[in-house]
Structures are given as structure tokens and as C-alpha cells.
Design a protein around this ligand. Structure first.
Ligand SMILES: Cc1ncc(COP(=O)(O)O)c(C=O)c1O
Length: 393
């Protein structure tokens, strides 16, 4: 079956990364990859910290964090005064959940496309407060209109205290119409937390155009920041109510410093994050986005063909720029999270290809990413070897 042409490679891009050349890294989505220039920028900051730790921590660090926050918020189209740096999206979600003041009888709504660890955080907060967690099923092929309709019908105004919804889902690589979802929730007085773990760097949508009460996204995936860099964006009416997980010296300074200052930590990942944006901009933000999305789509088609999946059965992400694509695995494969993890490890060990294997609603899926360091032949090699590996079960 004919497959569309892959995009032109971005010259020299692979050399910007220190990835093991013996491995095909087709899973940028899980933990990202930090360009060498960004690693060096962080190392220089660490060197500075180690020459005089007292001076590093006590003279100007809070201001440097503030400058960084404003820079990153500007790139993402977020209100700089409503943004706080946090270590990762999971932390941002936890900060929001524990600041809501949930009570018995309250409800936190989410969808069955939500990230596993976020679902665990919702469940824990509900157990702690006597609130209940309710999950809305959304079919994988639902249109934006259908999704908005499902959310509208699922709200219980007066009881639903929060909807948690992903901008781009992890297990199903599906763009959700977050701005429209926020619109229907706000009509009913329901606040929304957008889990945007994959958005920064990958998606062009600005944070403020979504209009959510809370938005949390990682810079350490698609924006090339060192790991441990994420932004939590909070709407004005919530800022005074947001409490940090750990109370430290900036507690009386209010939002955002009280969220950011989490005692003695290595803050160099945040300070080096603008170097990630520099790398992205110097490659060309739009060019990178188009390249990555087209390469992931190419990978989906060649691997889908190899597994005998008709193109019509390959899920489409539902919008531009998405550099993650799903391929359904044969029935009975990766039907549980443990089985998915085992298969992912087996593909890594046997084929020297890193992919994400997902188990969603009792079915296994391969999730492929496209990144500037990937080339079409990496997906072709996977396509050539995966069927035999799956047949060996
Ligand atoms: C949708 C979604 N939410 C949250 C996370 C968690 O990200 P982190 O581990 O950086 O907190 C991920 C990670 O892949 C994700 O895909």
C-alpha cells in the first residue's frame, strides 16, 4: 500500500542531541531528550552554583527564576503574572487539587483519556477529602462537537468542582477541544484544569486562548528544557487560593513565588530552560512542528501497513502539529498496563527501538513520536521487524 512521502530531514538536527546512535528513539513523548547545548547551559549554571552555593541561593536566585518564568510564559502565550514554575505537570496538578478545598459530596470529573498518574492523584485527593471522582468515557473517534456534548451532558453543576481534561492525551494521542470545553464548563460554573503535559513546544495554541482556570504543561518534553521544568498557569480569581505542596521561605510572598520556592533544590533546570527555547527557535519553531507531525504520520502509516492495519483504522489526532501517532496492536496484545510495559521493554531490547506501548480500554496501542533527530528509515526498520517480534508472543 502506498505511503505518503516523509518530510525532508532538518540538516544537522541529530547532532544537537547526545542520544545513543545505536538506538532508534521513537518515544520523545515520554521523557523528551535534552539538546547538548541545553545540557551544557545547565552544567554551567551548576558550576556557578558549586563555586559559591551560598551566593547562588541567596543573591538573586529568586529574581532569576522570575525572569525565566516570564520568558517561558511569554513563549507559551500565558499571563506571566499568573504563571509559576513547577517541577513537572504532575506537581502542577497536585498543587491545584490540594488547593481546591474539596468537601464530602463534591465531585472531580475527568475523562477516560486522562494520564494514569493524574487519575491516581485525583483519586487520592478524593479519598482524603470525601469527594468523589467520576470519569467520562469519550470514544476514540469522537469529533470535537461530540466531545463538547459529552462534557456538557456530564457536568453536575453545584457538585462538579473541577473538570480535569488533557490538551493532548497521552495514551490516545488525541487533541481535545479544550477552549470549547472550558466554554461549556464555565457556562455551568465549573472550573477546568487542563493537563497540557505535551503542549509546550509542540502545539501552537496559546495558553490564554484556552481560558482555563488552571493549565499545567511540561517544557521538558517538546520545548527541549532540562527535565524538571513545567509551568502552572492560574486564572486571576484562583491565585490567592493556590497553596504550595511544601511551605518554605517565600510563603508570605504569595503567588507565584510561594509555589516556586520549594526550599533547597537544584533550580538550574529552570534557569537553563530558555536555552531549550533558543534551540527550538534556531531550528525554526514552525519548521520543527511541521516536520515532527509529518514524520510521526509517516511512521504511523508504514508501521500500520506492516501490521496490516487499513489507513482508515489509524487514529487521527484531530488537529495540526501533533507529533504523536497511534497504531492499534493485534487483538490480545498489551491488554494491561503490565503487558504493555513488558512489550515496550521487549521492543527496546530486541529491536533497539524505543517506543511507547499503551494499554487503553483493554486494547494495546503503539505510540510513535516524531522528532528532529528521527529519520524515516528508523520507522521503516521498525515496520520490517515488529511483525515477527509480535508473532513470537
Ligand atoms: C497527559 C500527561 N499528563 C501528565 C504527564 C506527566 O508528566 P510529568 O511526569 O512530567 O509530570 C504526562 C507524561 O507523559 C502526560 O502525558
Amino acid at each position: 500500500m502506498s505511503v505518503p512521502q516523509p518530510p525532508e530531514p532538518i540538516p544537522g538536527a541529530r547532532l544537537l542531541f547526545s542520544l545513543d546512535p545505536a538506538v532508534s528513539h521513537l518515544n520523545h513523548g515520554s521523557f523528551g531528550a535534552v539538546p547538548i547545548g541545553v545540557q551544557r547551559a545547565q552544567q554551567r549554571l551548576r558550576d556557578e552554583m558549586e563555586t559559591n552555593p551560598l551566593r547562588f541561593f541567596t543573591q538573586g536566585l529568586v529574581d532569576r527564576i522570575g525572569h525565566t518564568r516570564r520568558h517561558l510564559a511569554g513563549f507559551l502565550g500565558a499571563d506571566p503574572d499568573g504563571s509559576a514554575l513547577v517541577g513537572n505537570t504532575t506537581t502542577g496538578v497536585a498543587v491545584v487539587l490540594q488547593s481546591l478545598g474539596l468537601r464530602p459530596g463534591d465531585e472531580v470529573l475527568s475523562t477516560d483519556h486522562g494520564y494514569g498518574a493524574v487519575s491516581l492523584a485525583i483519586q487520592r485527593e478524593c479519598r482524603r477529602t470525601g469527594a468523589v471522582s467520576r470519569v467520562l468515557p469519550i470514544p476514540l473517534d469522537a469529533t470535537d462537537e461530540q466531545i463538547v456534548q459529552i462534557v456538557r451532558a456530564g457536568l453536575r453543576p453545584g457538585r462538579t468542582r473541577l473538570l480535569v481534561v488533557d490538551q493532548l492525551t497521552s495514551a490516545t494521542a488525541k487533541l481535545l477541544p479544550t477552549a470549547a470545553i472550558v466554554g461549556v464548563c464555565h457556562e455551568q460554573g465549573v472550573p477546568v484544569l487542563v493537563d497540557a503535559a505535551h503542549a509546550p513546544g509542540m502545539l501552537a495554541t496559546t495558553v490564554s486562548s484556552i481560558g482555563a482556570d488552571f493549565w499545567a504543561g511540561n517544557l521538558h518534553k517538546w520545548a527541549y528544557a532540562p527535565r524538571g521544568t513545567a509551568l502552572l498557569v492560574v486564572a486571576p480569581r484562583w491565585r490567592d487560593r493556590i497553596e504550595p505542596l511544601v511551605v518554605s521561605w517565600e510563603q508570605e510572598s504569595g503567588f507565584p513565588a510561594r509555589i516556586e520556592w520549594q526550599a533547597t533544590l537544584d533550580y538550574t533546570s529552570w534557569l537553563a530552560a530558555p536555552a531549550g527555547l533558543f534551540t527550538l527557535r534556531s531550528l525554526g519553531v514552525d519548521r520543527v512542528r511541521e516536520h515532527n507531525a509529518a514524520l510521526a504520520a509517516y511512521g504511523q502509516r508504514v508501521v500500520g501497513d506492516a501490521l496490516g492495519v487499513p489507513p482508515a483504522q489509524l487514529p487521527a489526532p484531530g488537529g495540526p502539529g501533533v507529533a504523536l501517532r497511534l497504531i492499534p496492536l493485534p487483538a490480545g496484545t498489551a491488554v494491561s498496563i503490565d503487558a504493555a510495559r513488558a512489550l515496550q521493554a521487549r521492543i527496546g531490547a530486541r529491536l533497539a527501538v524505543e517506543v511507547a506501548v499503551m494499554s487503553w480500554n483493554g486494547r494495546g496501542w503503539l505510540r510513535l513520536a516524531g522528532q528532529v533527530y528521527n529519520t524515516a528509515d528508523e520507522y521503516e526498520r521498525l515496520a520490517a521487524r515488529l511483525p515477527a517480534l509480535l508473532a513470537q508472543r
